[in-house]
Design a protein around this ligand. Structure first.
Ligand SMILES: C[S@@+](CC[C@H](N)C(=O)[O-])C[C@H]1O[C@@H](n2cnc3c(N)ncnc32)[C@H](O)[C@@H]1O
Length: 379
């Protein structure tokens, strides 16, 4: 196994300039910390019916986790083991139902049980207690459970291209609802700060003056990079409901003079030209796959000679062996963007080279989840 959790020989083909996943791992999101074993990243070929059952019933486990988060179970258990009766009073649940939920959590290993008292597992204590340094409970509870999993109900019809008129069939559709855009974007902002800090520590943009952040959300990457590189300014291209929120984050960071928004669909908007960096983080996974080459070409045209493109997204290995979480997130996006395409490292490296970029690299970023592709426009 390589340090990045990739199978030997299967890691990315180019290696120019970007850090290894090892150097990023410490500063990336907690998701990275808990998915860094090879077996957790790449699916084994199954032989037993129980293994199929584990996949089929996995959704029950997901819902047990989300229900516990909704009722603040891990936060109440923090530091103190409790009986079901004690916890039921703290959470406002009926004792029998609290006991059933705690038993399911114990079956999953999220809590331990000893002499009738339930306690947080070390992972629950570190990552699911409100206010804990690495708490990502709200991201799971809001974006994954309330939004993403509901959209997954559309997957069968999305796959056969039969989504009804009133279904959510693109980010544009989805985020025309301001409240949906807010819930999603706030969770995403929190989730992207870790990877953004990792990128800022691992890449030297001190010579860059202008970055265009296409589909940049509420600016987690632009804000972090502008803080790290005082000479940098950024333009974020985003849908109006997201851009309005992003401007608030930018103002809170004291960066309104250096980060501005274009409030438009990035596919239709004009992007600034003569820039030093074009960043597209999680944009490719949520647009029609037919547009990928066009987005790369537009980035090439907009960059000054010597400028670079950065594409961060769910990307699988060229041979499609995984990683499984990247592959599953791609499928998830298909549920609300039926024309989305499963992006692989080989295709992307070839497409960047064909567009004229040199020093092309595609490297793991959040291990088991995302990769970062990079290319430089020849001077
Ligand atoms: C998963 S979020 C990522 C946000 C940010 N790039 C990051 O990495 O934190 C995907 C973002 O792409 C934006 N997006 C998707 N399609 C877009 C389009 N056609 N025009 C503008 N923004 C788009 C969405 O609004 C959303 O904010």
């Amino acid at each position: 196994m390589t340090g990045a959790g990739l199978p030997n020989g299967a890691s990315s083909r180019h290696n120019s300039g970007l850090p290894s996943a090892e150097s990023l791992r410490d500063v990336l999101s907690p998701l990275a910390a808990i998915t860094n074993e090879r077996d957790a990243l790449y699916m084994e070929i199954l032989t037993k019916p129980e293994e199929i059952s584990d996949i089929a019933f996995g959704f029950m486990g997901s819902k047990a986790l989300f229900a516990a988060l909704h009722h603040n179970v891990f936060t109440h258990l923090s530091g103190d083991a409790m009986t079901a009766a004690e916890l039921s009073r703290a959470c406002g649940l009926h004792t029998d139902r609290c006991n059933t939920l705690l038993t399911a959590l114990a079956g999953l290993g999220l809590v331990s049980v000893d002499d009738g008292k339930f306690a947080n597992s070390p992972a629950a204590e570190a990552f699911l207690v409100k206010g804990a340094k690495y708490d990502f409970g709200d991201y799971l509870r809001l974006q994954v459970d309330r939004q993403m999993y509901r959209l997954l109900d559309q997957i069968d019809l999305a796959l056969s291209d039969d989504l009804p008129e009133d279904a959510t069939s693109s980010y544009a559709d989805w985020f025309s609802d301001a409240e949906e855009a807010r819930i999603y974007s706030e969770s995403q902002h929190a989730g992207s700060l870790g990877p953004a800090r990792g990128l800022a520590k691992s890449i030297d943009l001190s010579g860059a003056r202008h970055l265009v952040d296409v589909g940049g959300g509420t600016g987690a990457f632009s804000i972090t990079l502008c803080k790290a590189f005082p000479n940098l300014k950024a333009t974020v291209v985003e849908f109006p409901n997201v851009a309005a929120l992003g401007e608030r984050y930018v103002a809170e960071a004291g960066l309104s003079e250096r980060i501005s928004y274009i409030h438009e669909n990035a596919i239709e908007a004009k992007w600034p030209t003569g820039v030093d960096v074009v960043l597209m983080s999680y944009l490719f996974s949520g647009v029609d796959g037919e547009l990928h080459k066009n987005l790369i070409a537009r980035a090439f045209d907009g960059l000054a000679p010597g400028g670079q493109i950065l594409i961060h997204d769910f990307i699988v290995e060229a041979d499609r062996t995984g990683p499984k979480n990247a592959a599953l997130w791609q499928l998830q996006h298909t549920a609300f963007t039926p024309r989305a395409r499963s992006l692989d490292a080989g295709w992307l490296a070839d497409a960047l080279s064909a567009a004229g970029f040199k020093d092309v690299s595609v490297e793991p970023m959040i291990p088991g989840m995302t990769m970062l592709a990079r290319g430089v426009k020849p001077a």
